[in-house]
Structure formats: structure tokens, C-alpha cells
Design a binder for this molecule. Structure first.
Ligand code: IMP
Length: 424
């Protein structure tokens, strides 16, 4: 038995899907505990590529229990679309369960996500426009609609009408937008509730029972540490807790059941959306990494911003998440560059050097990266499966990342396929 967490250490898109899938193939239970369909996990298995948004990766295995916990926000229309698409490709949903406490993303959340972003002008966050922030706002304001409500039409009609009226007043009077047709929306969503009702089950109980029965459990993280509402680059973050502690709250289990926490990083850094990015490369080298690593968003298709590996950030992730191991993905993408750089510290405008990631954007502003340089490599490493077989320069690069981040590297990704990984 083991219960492990997989977390992103940077700004998301670290290739968690691949690591999760490797671990999911060995798990009896896979749990999603936060975020929503703002996530996009690309998983390559059996020669097929799957793009998962809310459905846990365990769905690729017919006997794996797939759980969506209380901390998740769910767009019913979107998840039904995902279920339909994946069912058409032969996957079964008999083992999917969704917690009755999970909050529901309604059309007014999506509308308000867009309107508030527009209102922010050039200070917009660059959200995925999936309604994530407004849904968590309602949850914490204690006026949200939950999965239990959605599958009980009378309760849902009353709560949704009251919530929708208030949202329409905000949409029209504050933002000058168009009111939504509440009756039509409520009828439509009651229909979704009927289709989803069979998946309702208490995920806290199921996870606890699975742990007691000695099952292998995988908690799959979405988004990443630097997008955490508290420990990320606020306000350029998502509205949930993608850090390891968020898993316990979002599933309804205590921290003592967790064994290992894997933090996934790329051998470089990427970011979508706005916000600070100290090691960003706005040059040919950044373009090379973007094109070589196919760095375009799974959810929105946006080109990702690219930059060098930032050990200050990953060390922050090691601390905040209590990481047991690091996974360094896409080392192969760096092949062909003459020199590799790693940010080992930040220099403040007053010349002082800091090694811990600043708590606020104000303190981060004006910080410039202090780099260490490494020779590049030109060998094709995508076929290598043993650490010892990597070129010497790659091994020194990994060894230095371990030292700087203060965490052992357990896996190294050398290509997109599931077997293109070196496990140590
Ligand atoms: P939201 O989660 O849609 O509110 O977006 C907030 C910020 O988080 C934006 O910068 C998004 O681009 C980013 N974000 C949200 N989900 C992901 C993800 O799964 N990968 C990478 N970035 C994400």
C-alpha cells in the first residue's frame, strides 16, 4: 500500500500527466482534489494521446477507482463532454465518483470571469476563462451551488434562481453586460444533474476506506505551486491550493495517510498567462525551447512563455510541499543548445543576493537572476533509459539541480511517450 501525491513545482504544464500516468498504472485509486477544467493533462498511452481536463488519469485503466474530491470545481456541461468523448474512444466510467460537496461552475461564473478580466484591462490575470475564480469566490462567500444541489432539482432550482438573480444584477449593473436567461440555464443544468447523479459518492469516505484496505492511492495535482493562491505569485495565480496540503483538504483525509510527494519540474521553465517570470527568455533561445518542446497550452492553445530552470522557485516548491522527490521532465528539449543556464539565486536592485523566493510581487520586482552556466549537449537522449547512459554533461546538470533544490531526482523525462523516462 502507498499513498502518493504528484504536484507541479513551477507554473504548471510540467508534464505531470505523464508522471501521473506512470504512477496511475500502478494505483488502485486516483484522486483529483482541487482546480477544475482549467487543467489540461496530456497523456500518451498505447499509441493514443488523451487530453484530460477534469477526469482523473486512472480512467485509462478499467479497474482503477477515479475520484473527484470536494475541493474541485466542476463544470457539468464540460465534464459530460469529456465523458462522451472518452467513452467514444472505449473508456469506461463505471468507476468514476464525484463528491457531493464539489462546487458547480455555472454560466454566470464563466461570464463574470470574462467580464472581470476585461475590466482589469492590462492588469488582467490571463485566466483560462473557465469560471474558476468566480466559482471559488462563491464557495468561500458561502453562496455556491454544490454537486448535491445539482442532482436534487427542487433544491437546485431554488438556490440557482436566487444566485442567478444576484449575478445578473452584477453582470448588467456593474459590468454593463447582458443578463443570462436563468430559467433556460436552470432547466439545462437540471438535465446535466440527471446524467451525472449516478457518479455521486462521498470521496472522503471512499479514500479513507481504500487507505485502510491497503490500496495504492495516487493524488494527482492540477496547476502548480507558483499558481497556489497563497504560495504562488499572487495575484497571478489560480484560486485553489495546488500545493500538497491542498490534497488533504480537497479530498477530506488527514496528512498522515500520505507517503511520498513527487514534485514535477521541467528541465527549463514555462508559464502561460500573465505575471512575473524572472528567468524568461525573450529571444531566439526562448523560441528554440518553445518550438522544440511544443510549448503551446493544452486548454487555450496559447504559446507558453519560456525560460531557464529557476532553482529558487523549485527550492520554494520543495519546502512548501515537503517534496520527497523531484521529477525533471523534457531534458531532451534542451538538446542542441550551446550553453545551458540555471538560476541559482536572485540579485535585488540594491545588490544583495537572495536564495528564497520572495513572498510578494513587490519584493520580486527588480530581482534579476544569478546564473550558473553548463555546457550544452547535442546527443539524442530520447532512447536512453538508464541514468548511467546519459551524457556526462546531462548527469552533471541533474546532479547540480539536486544540490541546488535540496531534493533527490527520481525520474527524468526524455520524450513525450510514457516509456521515455529514466527511473532511478
Ligand atoms: P484560472 O485558473 O483560469 O483562474 O487562471 C489563473 C492563472 O492560472 C492563469 O495564469 C492561467 O493561465 C493559470 N492556469 C490555470 N490552470 C493552469 C494549468 O493547468 N496549467 C498552467 N497554467 C494554468
Amino acid at each position: 500500500m502507498s499513498a502518493n501525491i504528484v504536484i507541479g513545482t513551477q507554473w504548471g504544464d510540467e508534464g505531470k500527466g505523464k508522471v501521473i500516468d506512470i504512477l496511475a498504472s500502478r494505483a488502485d485509486v486516483v484522486v483529483r482534489s482541487q482546480g477544475g477544467n482549467n487543467a489540461g493533462h496530456t497523456v500518451a498511452a498505447n499509441g493514443e494521446t488523451y487530453k484530460l481536463h477534469l477526469i482523473p488519469s486512472g480512467i485509462l485503466y478499467k479497474d482503477t477507482l477515479c475520484l473527484i474530491g470536494a475541493g474541485v470545481v466542476m463544470d457539468p456541461k464540460d465534464i459530460l463532454g469529456e465523458i462522451a468523448d472518452l467513452s467514444a474512444r472505449g473508456l469506461s466510467f463505471d468507476n468514476l465518483k464525484i463528491d457531493p460537496r464539489a462546487h458547480i461552475i455555472m454560466p454566470w461564473h464563466i461570464a463574470l470571469d470574462g467580464l472581470s478580466e476585461k475590466f482589469r484591462g492590462n492588469k488582467d490575470i490571463g485566466t483560462t476563462h473557465r469560471g474558476i475564480g468566480p466559482t471559488y469566490m462563491d464557495k468561500y462567500e458561502r453562496s455556491g451551488l454544490r454537486f448535491y444541489d445539482l442532482i436534487h432539482p427542487d433544491i437546485f432550482r431554488e438556490k440557482a434562481l436566487s444566485a442567478g438573480k444576484l449575478k445578473n444584477a452584477i453582470i448588467t449593473n456593474v459590468y454593463g453586460g447582458e443578463a443570462l436567461d436563468l430559467d433556460a440555464i436552470i432547466d439545462e443544468y437540471i438535465g446535466y444533474g440527471k446524467q451525472l447523479a449516478k457518479y455521486c459518492a462521498d470521496v472522503s469516505v471512499l479514500t479513507y476506506e481504500a487507505a485502510k484496505a491497503g490500496k495504492t492511492i495516487l493524488f494527482e495535482g492540477a496547476q502548480a505551486t507558483l499558481l497556489d493562491i497563497d504560495y504562488g505569485t499572487y495575484p497571478y495565480v489560480t484560486s485553489s491550493h495546488p500545493v500538497s496540503a491542498g490534497v488533504c483538504v480537497g479530498t477530506g483525509v488527514g496528512p498522515k495517510i500520505i507517503d511520498d510527494i513527487y514534485g514535477v519540474a521541467k528541465a527549463y521553465t514555462t508559464r502561460v498567462g500573465k505575471g512575473p517570470f524572472p528567468t524568461e527568455l525573450d529571444d531566439e533561445c526562448g523560441d528554440y525551447i518553445r518550438n522544440n518542446g511544443h510549448e503551446f497550452g493544452t486548454v487555450t492553445g496559447r504559446p507558453r512563455r519560456t525560460g531557464w530552470f529557476d532553482a529558487v522557485i523549485v527550492r520554494h516548491a520543495v519546502r512548501v510541499n515537503g517534496l520527497s522527490y523531484l521529477v525533471i521532465n523534457k531534458l531532451d528539449t534542451l538538446g542542441g543548445l550551446d550553453t545551458l543556464k540555471v538560476c541559482v539565486a536572485y540579485k535585488r536592485p540594491d545588490g544583495t543576493v537572495i536564495k528564497d523566493f520572495p513572498a510578494t510581487l513587490e519584493e520580486l520586482e527588480g530581482c534579476t537572476p544569478v546564473y550558473e552556466e553548463f555546457p550544452g549537449f547535442t546527443e539524442d537522449i530520447s532512447g536512453i533509459r538508464r541514468y548511467e547512459d546519459l551524457p556526462e554533461v546531462c548527469r552533471s546538470y541533474i546532479a547540480r539541480l539536486e544540490e541546488l533544490c535540496e531534493c533527490p531526482v527520481k525520474m527524468i523525462g526524455v520524450g513525450p511517450e510514457r516509456d521515455q523516462v529514466i527511473e532511478r
